[in-house]
Ligand binder design. Structure first.
Ligand SMILES: *Cc1c(COP(=O)(O)O)cnc(C)c1O
Length: 364
């Protein structure tokens, strides 16, 4: 089977993990702090707070802004459900906005019509590793006095007009799930320039602990969203490979473009001129006439793993049953029904890419 995704892990990670196991300090210690420092330096941002997952990161980012019942948070309709689930977990309501089909990110031109008196936050997703149109989003947010939380789960290393994903909004969130650019097994990170927000997050990830005059006290009910030192050790080793991983992904994307570019039935992903796409996912759009699920099945029979790219959230049962929608989600629906994620990882050579491409081309 040619896998959809294979994490780039090897002896470097193993050696780091062995050191942690030998030290017998397993949870949120020195290694977590080191990993946070590495990220801080890489992103050139003051505060990096490691947590147990990307979802935990989004949840705490929203809580640090005081988001809760009665509030609304704008999210793209087409994303992994965790984006909106994090909003629901705070008691607030996600407000879905359609996407642009060239970036698969929220359509910034459609955000303003979703803003009302209850809207507090815009949460753009840098879908598949490409940044949303952040200048437009930040302008709208400033004009309407809204906060911005970047869901950069897929976008570590991506950039927008020279700025790194995650560093443009009030807070940025990353995931280190094995499907993402680098992995710690499970894991996440929240980044911000603001000390007040960082302090709240640091307390909330660890049961609501605070230190007042050197004394430990619990000032609020928090969570256990800590990262382990084992995960962080892996993250440190992974960060050393980040540039290499991104470079390799871009090379494979180039080969896919050469192999698939001539097909009139496929729309290949593009890198917007405003930034660097890191291709966490290689997501193609099939012609309207083609049956995506059938093609996915054919690939599977040829031992090639593929998947849908992301979900139209307004069509997911929980959201469909809870809310009524009068927005237009045309592009999200197209991406949800015609999008196909193809294998992209370092275990692919030209022959495998050609094999995958030929299966597709023969069916189109
Ligand atoms: C993966 C992902 C998440 C969730 O991250 P986890 O680490 O799996 O909790 C959130 N948002 C987006 C856009 C994602 O792709």
């Amino acid at each position: 089977m040619i896998k959809l995704s294979v994490p780039d892990i090897g002896n470097e990670e193993l050696e780091e993990i062995i050191k942690v196991l030998s030290s017998k300090n397993l949870v949120q210690g020195e290694k977590v702090q080191q990993f946070e420092e590495v990220l801080s330096k890489y992103l050139n941002i003051k505060y990096c707070i490691a947590v147990s997952s990307g979802t935990a990161a989004l949840h705490l980012a929203l809580l640090s802004l005081g988001i809760g019942k009665e509030d609304q948070v704008i999210v793209p309709d087409f994303t992994f459900p965790a984006t909106a689930n994090a909003v629901e977990l705070t008691g607030a309501t996600p407000s879905f906005v359609d996407i642009s089909l060239d970036s698969f990110c929220i359509d910034a031109n459609k955000i303003e019509q979703a803003i009302n008196g209850k809207t507090k936050v815009i949460m753009p997703v840098h879908e598949f590793g490409q940044c949303a149109d952040m200048d437009k989003i930040m302008d709208i947010a400033r004009k309407s006095n809204l906060k911005v939380v970047e869901d950069g789960a897929c976008a570590l290393g991506s950039s927008y007009k020279g700025k790194k994903a995650g560093t443009m909004g009030d807070l940025g969130c990353f995931s280190f799930h094995p499907r993402k650019i680098i992995t710690t097994g499970e894991g996440g990170m929240i980044v911000t320039q603001e000390e007040e927000l960082a302090k709240k997050i640091i307390s909330l990830r660890n049961h609501g602990i605070s230190y007042i005059n050197g004394k430990t006290c619990f000032t609020q009910p928090g969570f256990n969203y800590r990262m382990t030192d084992i995960q962080a050790a892996m993250g440190i080793a992974q960060m050393k490979k980040l540039d290499k991983i991104i470079h390799l992904r871009k090379n494979i994307v180039k080969e896919y473009s050469n192999l698939l570019g001539s097909s009139p039935n496929l729309i290949l992903p593009i890198e917007k001129s405003y930034g660097e796409h890191t291709y966490q996912t290689y997501h193609v759009l099939l012609n309207k006439k083609l049956n995506r699920d059938y093609i996915k099945q054919l690939l599977n029979e040829s031992l090639v793993e593929s998947n849908i790219g992301a979900y139209a959230l307004h069509e997911q049962l929980y959201y469909k049953n809870k809310y009524s929608f009068n927005m237009d989600f045309t592009n999200s629906e197209i991406a949800y029904t015609k999008g196909l994620a193809l294998p992209l990882h370092s275990d692919l050579n030209y022959d495998k890419l050609q094999y995958i491409s030929n299966i597709l081309l023969n069916q189109l």
